[in-house]
Design a binder for this molecule. Structure first.
Ligand code: 2AM
Length: 222
């Protein structure tokens, strides 16, 4: 097998440096710890438990993700559509192993996932696949009409049996609602920022101060 056919990774992305991973994990824990004690959250508890008057410990509910990163292109070792084309792009080769600051400007929670929204810079968008949002269309019908980079996120945790790929779909779903003009029900001003509820267990915390996360553009082979 020629080398170029074996050298395509599982995925490309920005990998948060260890100290920043720690900080983001702590912020996420703080948020989950507070969220499940709020009256507003308890009011919608059945979104998570399926039954009334059951408690939920969100920190236990989600298995924390390790190796925090923001995926740009999922390649599946070359089997994913457009993987080879992505890997061959000059910009991908040029920026490989370069450092970058990711801006995490919101945290979101659904009954499936918890994640951080990433707001990409113009330069970071050059590494973003043009079909990343469109690819989600079967699950989020209006995804393709959202701006490029809308799907960018860091998966922080998943509920039992949920794959990390779900986190981006959950984010797009919330953004699609916002695009339709829904602002979400403003629930509470928290220390970290303002919390809004979008129905069906979807919570969005817009951070008062975005987290600037140092990361390295690289790839993961597994
Ligand atoms: P994530 O980016 O939401 O965390 C390995 O599975 C990594 O590739 C995970 O980080 C995962 O999700 C991402 N991933 C898996 N399948 C994907 C897909 N079809 N599209 C985009 N990203 C995917």
């Amino acid at each position: 097998v020629p080398l170029e056919e074996t050298s395509i990774p599982l995925f490309y992305g920005w990998f948060l440096v260890p100290a920043v991973q720690e900080k983001v994990r702590c912020t996420s824990m703080d948020f989950l710890k507070t969220l499940d004690t709020l009256e507003a959250f308890k009011k919608h508890l059945t979104d998570f438990t399926g039954e009334a008057e059951k408690e939920v410990d969100l920190e236990q509910y989600f298995s924390a993700n390790s190796g925090l990163h923001c995926t740009t292109k999922y390649c599946d070792y070359g089997k994913a559509e457009g993987a080879k084309e992505y890997a061959e792009q000059t910009v991908v080769k040029e920026q490989y192993c370069s450092a970058s600051e990711l801006s995490l400007n919101a945290l979101f929670v659904t009954p499936r996932t918890v994640g951080a929204r990433v707001s990409l810079t113009e330069n970071q968008l050059t590494l973003w696949p043009s079909d990343a949002e469109k690819e989600a269309e079967s699950l989020v019908p209006t995804a393709a009409s959202l701006p490029a980079g809308s799907r960018a996120h860091v998966t922080l945790g998943c509920a039992d049996g949920v794959e990390p790929v779900q986190t981006g779909y959950d984010l797009l779903e919330i953004l699609a609602l916002q695009q339709e003009g829904l602002t979400g029900e403003l629930v509470e001003e928290m220390e970290l920022g303002s919390l809004a509820y979008f129905g069906k267990g979807r919570w969005l915390l817009s951070l008062r101060e975005p987290i600037s996360a140092k990361a390295c553009f690289s790839s993961y082979y597994g």
